[in-house]
Write a protein that binds this ligand. Structure first.
Ligand code: NAP
Length: 491
């Protein structure tokens, strides 16, 4: 089969944050034969699917913005999910990405054969492309906990990522299972509903760093409009703080230790200053290190959990019954509504799609021993395929937009080399994959994530699925293609 390298066809799965910027950057790189397949009828991903009360971003707005589409009009430091969705939608239409997008196309199967990808959708359509991108996001498969009796609850029961807006929360007894970042945003909103009564089932307490939200005044927005460099400075500052924060979780130099102590102290002080009742404070005090689980950035949860209509239950859940939840101490908690704030399967990546690479190898086979990808993006048996936000991307308390953009730049470098004929297919050598994994492994033990807690950061072996080193070193690793790591057969 002859490949038109100068005008390759590209399929992108997903029209969320990553899919949108991929189209824009690929077009800038002169690639126009692009098809985006989106399962829903609208753009979105995370910000379409998460509409629970209080949904917001806990990364500052100007840092949670594309580099090429600064937004002086952000209303808040931590904007609502709806505002973020509208931002992505405006970028999508401003850049005419609808021209490239086929909505209501749920990809179920991708097969590589003879230098081509064939992509099948649930709707019965079949597409082919030279290059394939998965832009399906990280936290998109909600986890329903395997608690006995979970299906027996008689009232409305739903995951936070599948919020049922037809249910009126006023005057209801609402049970929330889980106390992660989502619950910390949700609970303060639902305790405010008239005559609601909220029972929070906490399995593990969390470290919370208090950062107050801020509403930008019209004057400030005007200044950002007139002096974009000020906005850029603000963005750089916010990203720098996050960079500093995450680097203290992955390294042990004197200054990292010092900063780590400072950040942990801030979270401890927040807990001590915010929670008056020593019994409640003890229940909310984690027994693992700060940063082991993703740090929650929030200024409202501690106030909410001290309201008269909020109850924190720390006895483990024994079973869910038709009319409520029974805990291991025998107590029964009657409920009208059950909310599962139980997180996502962070190791799903593009699955449950079926992925078949060279010689019929499936993604399940390729990942049988370890979920891994060279530079988080390239899986050796799956040529010409880029997994965006793949394993060991520096996810966590950082702007995922910046990560996605850097990965796109790396992919475009690889595509340009392929277009020049430097290699026949974009494919990492298995040895390069092994070296990459060994390098990650050598650093993992130094991270706080392996210090003894359960979190979605860890894979089945207890190894972090996130980048176990500083942001600076990741940017460095992604800055250039190392040709010796690629298969160059035929040249
Ligand atoms: P999560 O952090 O994974 O929290 C899930 C919660 O459910 C935990 O408290 C967990 O307890 C609990 N849980 C799970 N299974 C349970 C069971 N069988 N019985 C009792 N409790 C159970 O999920 P999340 O809060 O949805 O947040 C996931 C990630 O989404 C965040 O870490 C963050 O990266 C992202 N997020 C970001 C924002 C933002 O503003 N940028 C907002 C929301 C979410 P254990 O701790 O004991 O496992």
């Amino acid at each position: 089969m002859t490949i038109n390298r100068q005008d390759p066809s590209v399929i992108i799965i997903g029209a969320g944050m990553t899919g949108i910027q991929l189209v824009i950057k690929l077009k800038e790189a002169g690639i126009n034969n692009i098809t985006v397949l989106e399962k829903s009828t609208t753009i979105g991903g995370t910000w379409r699917e998460n509409t629970y009360p209080g949904v917001a971003c806990d990364v500052p707005s100007h840092a949670y913005t594309y580099s090429f589409a600064p937004n002086p009009d952000w209303s808040n430091l931590f904007p609502s999910g709806k505002e973020i969705y509208q931002y992505f939608e405006s970028v999508f239409y401003q850049h005419d990405i609808d021209r490239y997008t086929n909505f209501s196309e749920t990809v179920i199967r991708c097969v590589y054969n003879k230098q081509q990808w064939t992509v099948e959708t649930q709707q019965g359509n079949c597409y082919t492309a030279d290059l394939l991108f998965s832009a399906t996001g990280i936290l998109h498969q909600p986890v329903t906990p395997s608690i006995p009796g979970i299906d027996e609850f008689e009232g409305p029961a739903f995951h936070t990522a599948r919020w049922d807006h037809s249910i009126d929360l006023a005057g209801k007894r609402i049970g929330v299972i889980g106390t992660g970042s989502t619950a910390a945003q949700l609970i303060p909103e639902i305790v405010k509903r008239p005559n609601s009564d909220v029972t929070v089932f906490q399995r593990t307490p969390q470290w919370i760093t208090r950062v107050e939200d801020k509403v930008f005044t019209e004057q400030e927005k005007q200044r950002f409009r007139e002096k974009p460099h000020r906005m850029q400075r603000f963005k750089r500052f916010a990203l720098y703080i996050f960079e500093l924060g995450t680097s203290t979780l992955t390294g042990n130099s004197w200054w990292q230790k010092w900063m780590y102590t400072l950040f942990s102290y801030t979270a401890k002080r927040n807990l001590n200053n915010s929670i008056k009742d020593p019994v409640l404070r003890a229940k909310l005090t984690p027994d693992y290190k700060f940063g082991c689980k993703r740090v929650i950035i929030n200024s409202t949860y501690y106030d909410a959990i001290q309201q008269d209509n909020a109850h924190l239950v720390t006895d483990s859940i024994e079973r869910v019954e038709a009319k409520g939840v029974r805990t291991s101490n025998g107590d029964f908690h009657p409920l009208d509504i059950l909310v599962l704030s139980t997180g996502f399967d962070a190791s799903a990546f593009m699955r449950p799609m079926e992925f078949i690479g060279e010689q019929g190898v499936t993604i399940e086979q390729a990942w049988q021993n370890k979920i891994q990808a060279y530079r988080s993006m390239l899986i050796p048996q799956f040529p010409n395929f880029f997994l965006m936000l793949g394993p060991n991307s520096p996810i966590g308390n950082y702007s995922i937009i910046a990560i996605s953009e850097i990965q796109t730049d790396y992919a475009i470098q690889a595509i340009k080399l392929w277009q020049k004929g430097t290699f026949d297919t974009i494919k990492a050598r298995p040895e390069a994959m092994e070296q990459w994994s060994a390098m990650l492994k050598s650093k993992m033990g130094k991270t706080v994530w392996t210090s003894g807690c359960n979190s979605w950061y860890l894979d089945a072996d207890g190894d972090p699925l996130s980048w176990p080193d500083s942001w600076k070193n990741w940017v460095q690793a992604m800055s250039q293609i190392d040709l010796k790591d690629f298969v160059t057969e035929g040249h």
